[in-house]
Design a protein around this ligand. Structure first.
Ligand code: FAD
Length: 477
């Protein structure tokens, strides 16, 4: 996503772009063929993806043809005013609400459309089945000046600027170390979850279940969501704590997954027989499982200087966040756009390009990495306490217990009754404002506090699913 995004943005400035992709994937002819793609280089394509308003807004304002092509391919727009909680009081649409629109399609459909747009550009050449094995550099003292890439077959591809977009397993730090560059410092934090996903398609004539409020939930011991896809597809994802072996084992089997998902009020209507599972020759389908999910930030500017010039990382190669927050494609495409802006401003001066791009990455996107790390640390503590049968607030610091109470008894209930709070929450969730904007807005703060202080006046909590892990396990048999 970040690589193709960079290719489109840079080609439109007139640069010649060569896209190198290791997976030998010929261009699919349809979204369903793309879904069947062998994309072992990006295994996350088998999991649910949300495409946040930040991404759709970047497309609307800067790449409207890409947005139009996605809609033609069957993606749909999820508007802020649709599917609101029935308990919301006095909602009036605002002109800016269009900014809050999300996109719904499969990850494979998104990438297929991006790829089609890229190869239709005059200045883009896509070569698939071509693995990069390292970087080439000019033999000069000081920090390496990258001159292109070395392929697995030993040949080289020269480039004025090498954009490394090789995803979460990118070998970038190794490639740079091989050139003698300073060590790329990494900050890595486990997300504490594993992802389990299943994909479905609604049967002919079956209605799309009505949406009323959140499409996901957090039971503490399990997080989940239902994701609308393109062409009447949808997927359900369950995220279990990575150290809860028993729960994970049971959910990884089709029967266990289905039984659990049917006990989640948001997912149940989708799984009442109106849909068939995708994958597996029209049979029961499969449960896709993915672990090793982490938050990671890589520092490629050290002591105010790029560790190497002529090379810049985009997307997961530089910054990964917990998939549950649905941010990776948005931040990856956003980074590609920021890179293109830096190239437009500084052209051939690759040092200035690297510095300007790094500065905007740190200002705009890194705060989301830090927010994810903070939130995950708390979620991991809660899940561990529930697994051990303890009260999650027991032993928590006063500040943490207070924050949890404000979230549980103030902010979340307020999003169900107060349109101002819901809109502010949605703007933060969709990356339209910095992560701390919600907490620092005095109007929102006052509204949340008034809900916190009047527990009797709020509507009853919607049921999220089995209250305890033991209850869910018992239900699974
Ligand atoms: C389980 C899961 C669920 C997710 N859910 C969401 C979500 O809901 N919303 C969201 O926005 N994001 C989500 N993400 C994150 C999102 O998928 C990634 O952030 C995004 O795909 C990153 O894009 P990228 O271009 O950086 O890397 P990728 O899309 O991973 O692409 C990297 C590409 O580089 C290729 N490659 C790797 N090494 C080489 C090499 N040596 N030579 C040539 N090619 C190479 C790979 O084959 C691959 O095609 C999720 C991630 C996971 C793991």
């Amino acid at each position: 996503v970040a690589g193709i995004g960079s290719a489109i943005a840079l080609a439109r400035q007139g640069h010649e772009v060569t896209l190198l992709e290791r997976d030998a994937t010929p261009m699919p002819g349809s979204a369903d063929e793309a879904y069947a793609w062998d994309r072992r280089g990006a295994p996350q394509v088998r999991h649910s993806h949300a495409f946040l308003a930040r991404l759709r807004l970047t497309l609307r304002d800067h790449y409207p043809d890409v947005l139009a092509a996605l809609l033609v391919a069957g993606a749909t727009e999820l508007r802020f005013g649709d599917g609101l909680p029935p308990t919301l009081r006095g909602f009036e649409p605002l002109p800016d609400d269009d900014d809050l629109t999300m996109l719904a399609c499969r990850r494979t459909t998104f990438e297929w459309v991006l790829r089609r747009v890229a190869v239709a550009e005059d200045h883009v050449e896509l070569r698939t089945g071509v693995a990069v094995a390292g970087l080439t550099a000019r033999d000069e003292p000081g920090r390496p000046q990258v001159t292109g890439v070395r392929l697995a077959d030993g040949s080289t591809v020269p480039a004025d600027l090498t954009v490394v977009a090789s995803g979460r397993r990118s070998a970038l730090p190794v490639w740079l170390a091989e050139l003698g560059a300073p060590i790329v410092a990494e900050q890595v934090e486990d997300t504490g979850i594993v992802y389990l996903s299943r994909f479905y398609r609604l049967r002919d004539g079956a209605a799309v279940p009505a949406r009323a409020g959140a499409i996901g939930g957090d039971l503490g011991y399990l997080k989940y969501g239902v994701f609308v896809g393109d062409d009447r597809t949808f997927s359900v994802t369950l995220a279990a704590p990575s150290d809860d072996d028993e729960l994970r084992r049971r959910l990884a089997r089709v029967e266990g997954f289905e039984a659990a998902a049917r006990r989640l009020p948001v997912a149940a209507p989708w799984l009442d027989g109106r849909a068939v599972a995708l994958d597996g020759d029209g049979g029961d389908g499969t449960v896709h499982l993915m672990g090793g999910l982490l938050n990671r930030w890589r520092d490629v500017v050290v002591d105010g200087e790029p560790v190497a010039t002529g090379v810049v990382p985009v997307g997961d190669a530089v910054l990964c966040t917990n998939p549950l927050y649905g941010r990776g494609c948005s931040t990856g495409f956003w980074a590609a756009h920021l890179l293109a802006e830096a190239v437009a401003a500084f052209g051939d001066d690759v040092r200035e390009v690297a510095l300007a791009y790094d500065a905007s990455l740190r200002a705009e996107i890194r705060p989301w990495y830090r927010a994810a790390v903070r939130q995950d640390a708390q979620s991991r503590r809660v899940a561990a306490a529930l697994l051990e049968g303890r009260d999650p607030d027991e032993g928590a610091s006063g500040t943490e217990a207070f924050q949890r109470a404000v979230l549980r008894d103030g902010l979340l209930p307020a999003t169900r009754v107060d349109p101002v709070v819901l809109r502010a929450f949605a703007r933060t969730f969709n990356l339209l404002v910095p992560p701390d904007a919600l907490a620092s807005d005095p109007d929102v703060g006052a509204r949340v506090l008034s809900v916190l202080q009047a527990p009797d006046e709020r509507p009853p909590e919607p049921a999220l699913g089995p209250a305890t892990r033991a209850e869910l396990l018992a239900a699974l048999g």
